[in-house]
Structure formats: structure tokens, C-alpha cells
Design a protein around this ligand. Sequence first.
Ligand SMILES: Nc1ncnc2c1ncn2[C@@H]1O[C@H](COP(=O)(O)OP(=O)(O)O)[C@@H](O)[C@H]1O
Ligand SMILES: [Mg+2]
Length: 363
Amino acid sequence: MTKEKVLEALSTVQEPDLGKDLVTLNMIRDIVIEKYYISFTVVLTTPACPVKDLIKNNCIEAVKKVVPEAVVKVTFTSDTTTKRTDARDILPKVKNIIAVVSGKGGVGKSTVAANLALAIAKDGARVGLMDADIYGPSVPIMFGVRGERPLMMDLNGKGMIVPLEKYGIKLISIGLLVDEKNAVVWRGPMASSAIKQFVTDVYWDELDYLIVDMPPGTGDIHLTLMQTVPVTGAVIVTTPQDVALADARKGIAMFGQAQLNVPVLGLVENMSYFTPAELPDNKYYIFGKEGGKRLADEYDLPFLGQIPLVQTIREGGDKGTPVMMGTDEISKKAFSDFAGHVVRSISMRNANMSAVEVERVLD
Ligand SMILES: Nc1ncnc2c1ncn2[C@@H]1O[C@H](COP(=O)(O)OP(=O)(O)O)[C@@H](O)[C@H]1O
Ligand SMILES: [Mg+2]
């Protein structure tokens, strides 16, 4: 057996999302061969890769096809992909920026954003959560950091805000910078400049993913944000109800505008069905069934998942311990599956689409 033979064998293994083989994608490193012991490392496009096991099994099978008696050891590492050539002075060390949006308030956008961030971080990615909902910041309560104030640091003579850290992710919210009472009165230009400052004056350092909890709706503030922040892709949150779906359409339409140039990664349906804690196998579709799925199909968008309506999710948010940090395995799995779809969608986007471009409207 030689390294070339191993590579030849592995060139028959496809990366399921990217549709090319692992060797062409340059994902194989550190091949070591000692008699029948063959080991190598697969470099994934994201630590949160949900198809790890599939790739591993296919690699072992491919090598054994050539050397049936081989003992194959596959190790994983990751180098999260990025596609940014734009204004690097904005969030310079952040590889991917994911905007979580909804047409309508109260659909669980913040809950989804927070648990998405935690689910991705669980697999070892470096994750930040920017609560950009200046009208209704929810990070302070959801993460139990109400009243805490971030520190300042000096970066080349400029004062920068240092995000808080909780449950392994970095957090910033307008609710951590000003009194909660004051945030709600921000309107128009003031709101826009507050958000711009938020983007330029926070020192995130190196992040694989920055999740942005956007304000609900599709107004001026959204355009400002989308033109200021080089968003890699947007996730649209809806509930299965007709009213929410109608507003979700507006969200999709906003991203359809040529000037925005932000791809929609897909749609996630929150509060899909109610499951009582004592009857975990029962599903009650109180807001209607699969409205989100139908909407995704209609616009030809990936459907990223369904999140159940359960008490533990609401309680987690109120208590400052998001459900991803709790023990409700069913809800955790729903969020993890959803997060897996999101990071896959990002990897595919980075492989197939051009770099993120933003208009410079900062100055
Ligand atoms: N899947 C869910 N199950 C139970 N409660 C939920 C769920 N999603 C959100 N909630 C609750 O609904 C309320 C609104 O959610 P939130 O995330 O703040 O919405 P938004 O950010 O869209 O306004 C919160 O009290 C939250 O805990
Ligand atoms: Mg919110």
C-alpha cells in the first residue's frame, strides 16, 4: 500500500453536499501507512458537519475495497470555509455571518437564533451571537446576563466593546449596552447609527460563525443592516400559521431584491406542533401542519427543520438557560438537526457562490 493508492481509493468518496470527491476537495491530510494499519485525517468544511459518520464509513469502505484486510482509522479536523473578500475592516476575523430573520415578531426568532448558536458551538465551532433587535433585545434575559456590562478594550487606539461569554459563545446585545427602557425609543436614523456602531465597535476576534438576531420585519433598518454587514446567508423563521407565512413571504421578497445580494439559506418552522411533556410521542398541529415546508417548496428554498412548541423551550428562554443547555433531548435534537442543515447550507454556499459583497454605507 502506498499513499498514492490510499488517495486513489479516497477519490471515489464523495462529499455528499459539495458533490465532489474528498481528494479533489483537498480534504485528506496526514496519511500514515504501517503495514495494514492505515490512518488519515479528513478536513471538514465545518466542525458541526452532520454527515461526519457517513463520510467516515464511506472512507473505510473505499480503502477496504482495495485492501480488504486493512485496519483503517479516520480522524477529523475542520477548517471552516469562508467566502469574504469584501470590506475586511468590518468584522475582520469572522468567517461566516448568518442573519436570522422573520417577517413577524413573536415567531421565536430570538429563541431560534440563540439555540442555533449554541447547537453549532457544541460541535467545537467558535460562535458569536449578535442581538441586533434594538427594539426588543432578548439576549440579556435568554442568557441570564441581565445587568451585566461588557468590558472595553483598546485596539490600535480605538475603544472596542468586548462581548460577554456564556455557555461557550460570545454575546452582545443593545440590552447590555444601554438601559432596557431606553432601547425601545430608538427610531429611524438613530436606530441605524446605533446598529452600525454595534457592527464596527465590537471586538469579536476569530469566529467561525456569527449569528445575528435581526429585528422583526422588513423595514429600513433591515436594509441598513444588510448593506452594512457582509451577511453570508439568511435563515427565515416562521410558524405554520397563515399570518406568519404571509409575513415570511415579505422576508423572502426582501432578499429577492437585487441590491441586497444575500442568499437565503432556507426556512425553519418554529412551533410546528405541540408535544406535552407527559406524552412525548404525541404531536398536535395547533397552528396548522407543514405550512413552513409548503412555503419553502413554493420558493424552492431548503427547508431547514421543524422546532416543536414545548414548555421547556419557553422556560429555558425565561430562566436564562436556553433549551440547548438543558436536558430535553427531543428539543435539543430538533435544534441540532436544524443547525446541521444551516452549516451544510453555508458550506455549499461558500463552495458554489461568489464572495459576499456589501455596499459601504458605514461612513
Ligand atoms: N418552540 C417554542 N416552544 C415554546 N415556546 C417558544 C418556542 N419558540 C419561542 N417560544 C417562546 O415564545 C416567546 C417569543 O419567542 P422569541 O424568541 O422571543 O420571539 P421573537 O424573537 O420572534 O419575537 C418567548 O417567550 C419564547 O420563549
Ligand atoms: Mg426577539
